[in-house]
Design a protein around this ligand. Structure first.
Ligand code: UDX
Length: 443
């Protein structure tokens, strides 16, 4: 394999994981970001995000010299033949994807590209954006160079970004240029992952369709979970039974308090926005969103039903991040839960292994942040499991329940081991989509 010279624009989850993994498979990579603090941190070989395995590979590949960081576009673009754009496309007020970072990236590239290049768009972008960016780029090019565009959406998950990049299920390469497509395949070839070659618009659509489908799968099982509660069935058994059917598959059928994160909420809304814009109704997506909105506040309703008025009640919240193994708070169910509880004048003490710092910025001081599950539980009327951190499965529940005022657990992620909990009974245990039980010691 020939190593290639790659520049990655944007050092968020996608850009950083991509850059590091491309260096790991032998390429020469420069990552660019306008955020000087972030770049300085990366130069010191420290990861700006919490992501398992990322810092090790950052240190390893920085020390070989294959991975470097800069805030200078001219410096990075002077180096690269392949430029990967991985800047954010956040959600704007009307649900549309905000393309301003991409537009800025196109302007920067137009100004500083000095050689024929392949521009790879990894950011999640509405169908047609690659073509729009190409026009923008070509319209402003300072130097006479040839630009080829490739749409290459990213499917990595936070918390397993490195593994997902190194062992992806597939790599989508959308391009109208066979040469560019071949070059990008060559870049990824050491990963030994199946390639799917498509036109640009289909590649863009694959990303939205995949995320919207997964989000819908989650909302579907959450709808079933709510029905299970009403009819006395167990959603874990139901999901298991469904998952055996290969046409359905067992992944993403975990019922709980809904999806959050930087992708599903915004991508479903962006796809819905596209469908409205095109006059093609897709109300299934509206329902996916509505179920999720309801689900994120499920525990609050359950607590109200069990405890009555929440004014003055103390709730221990375990978990703040939108899922385990990340400190990311974007669209985390904990935000809505914290706001709803405090609006009802409950007192909330929250503990998360890594996300408290970020949570403070989003939720603010309306709740108290503590350093352990035990501290959160002190004097609590109920315990909410909001994120399924492994640490919470391993808790010393005996000690925890002893310091609580009432021995009540609402498990929003169905992650606790009922048999182990039973040893610490009596406990009132409220999972999602499964019958609530009073767990008592056998003796
Ligand atoms: C997701 C996609 O999986 C990934 O392919 C895409 O590139 C970005 O968006 P991510 O947001 O990192 O990745 O997390 P993921 O593990 O997919 O979980 C998303 C949310 O769904 C989390 O809040 C999680 O708790 C929830 N979820 C997931 C469920 O509630 N049930 C499930 O069965 C699976």
């Amino acid at each position: 394999m020939t190593d290639m010279r790659v520049a990655v624009l944007g050092t968020g989850y996608v850009g950083l994981s991509t850059g590091i993994c491309l260096a790991e498979i032998g390429h020469n990579v420069i990552c660019i970001d306008i955020d000087e603090r972030k770049i300085n941190k990366l130069k010191e070989r420290k990861s700006p995000i919490y992501e398992p395995g990322l810092e090790e590979l950052l240190i390893k590949n920085s020390s070989t010299g294959r991975l470097t960081f800069t805030t200078s576009h001219p410096y990075a673009l002077n180096h690269a033949d392949i430029i990967i754009i991985a800047v954010g496309t956040p959600q704007s007020d009307n649900g549309r994807a905000d393309l301003s970072f991409l537009e800025q990236a196109a302007k920067d590239l137009a100004e500083h590209i000095i050689r024929d290049s392949i521009v790879v768009v990894k950011s999640t972008v509405p169908v047609g954006t690659n073509e729009y960016l190409k026009q923008l780029l070509l319209g402003q090019l300072k130097n006479k160079v040839e630009i080829k565009m490739v749409s290459n959406p990213e499917f990595l998950r936070q918390g397993s970004a490195i593994q997902d990049t190194l062992k992806a299920d597939r790599i989508i390469i959308g391009s109208d240029d066979a040469g560019a497509s071949e070059k990008i395949q060559e870049m990824y070839r050491p990963l030994n992952v199946p390639f799917l070659l498509t036109d640009v618009r289909s590649a863009e659509m694959i990303k939205y369709a995949s995320n919207a489908f997964l989000a819908t799968k989650i909302s579907f099982i959450n709808g079933i979970a709510n029905l299970c509660e009403a009819v006395g069935a167990d959603v874990e058994d139901v999901a298991n039974g469904m998952g055996y059917d290969k046409r359905i598959g067992s992944a993403f059928l975990k019922a709980g308090i809904g999806y959050g994160g930087s992708c599903f909420p915004k991508d479903v809304k962006a796809l819905l926005h596209t469908s409205r814009e095109k006059g093609v109704p897709f109300s299934l997506l509206e329902e996916t969103i509505a179920i999720n909105d309801h689900q994120q506040e499920l525990l609050v309703g359950k607590a109200q039903k069990r405890l009555g008025e929440l004014k003055g009640k103390k709730i221990a919240m375990l978990g703040l991040s939108f899922k385990p193994e990340t400190d990311d708070m974007r669209e985390a169910p904990s935000i809505k839960i914290a706001r709803a509880l405090t609006a009802a004048e409950a007192k909330v003490a929250a503990y998360d292994p890594v996300a408290s710092g970020n949570a403070r910025k989003v939720i603010g001081e309306i709740i108290t942040y503590v350093d352990s599950a035990l501290e959160a539980a002190k004097g609590a009327d109920a315990l909410f499991i909001v994120t399924e951190w492994e640490e919470f499965r391993q808790l010393e529940f005996e000690a925890l329940l002893d310091v609580m005022k009432q021995r009540i657990i609402f498990d929003g992620r169905n992650c606790l081991d009922e048999a182990a909990l039973q040893e610490c009974g009596p406990i009132e245990y409220y999972p999602v989509g499964r019958p609530a039980v009073i767990l008592r010691r056998d003796d």
